[in-house]
Design a protein around this ligand. Structure first.
Ligand code: ZN
Length: 131
């Protein structure tokens, strides 16, 4: 959908923001037991994923925006268009967001690191010269 070199490619595919080759996470999205496990460095170009201690605290704001936006949007659809009660709409959206926790967590971190780390098309070549 998005091409390598675009930030959205790295975010939607959970790829390293520097080389767009290495994965951010060692497991698939719906591995519920290890949903929060992230590599320390890019397996391809060695870009550190934790740039400073507590780096991902800021990703909580992104996660908050993603989850509250999802709840609000879904609530509006269920309450005003499907005509469910307030309680029903709220409970359905809370359940959906709880099931999406791995997706929200990973997407928030991918967005956060992409704010600070930018794509470098030559990154892999530099690493190969060093090897
Ligand atoms: Zn990389």
């Amino acid at each position: 959908m998005f091409k390598k070199g675009q930030k959205l490619y790295s975010i939607t595919n959970y790829k390293c923001p520097k080389c767009h080759e290495g994965d951010l996470y060692p497991t698939k999205l719906f591995s519920f037991s290890k949903a929060f496990v992230m590599y320390d460095n890019c397996p391809e170009c060695n870009q550190p994923y934790v740039i400073e201690p507590g780096f991902y605290w800021g990703a909580m704001y992104i996660a908050y925006m993603l989850s509250s936006g999802t709840i609000l949007g879904g609530f509006v659809i269920l309450f005003f268009i499907v005509n469910l009660s307030i309680i029903q709409s709220f409970l359905i959206m809370m359940t959906i967001v709880l099931l999406m926790y791995g997706f929200i967590f990973r997407t928030a971190r991918a967005i956060w690191i992409n704010i600070y780390v930018h794509y470098d098309a030559n990154r892999k070549l530099i690493k190969k010269k060093d090897d």
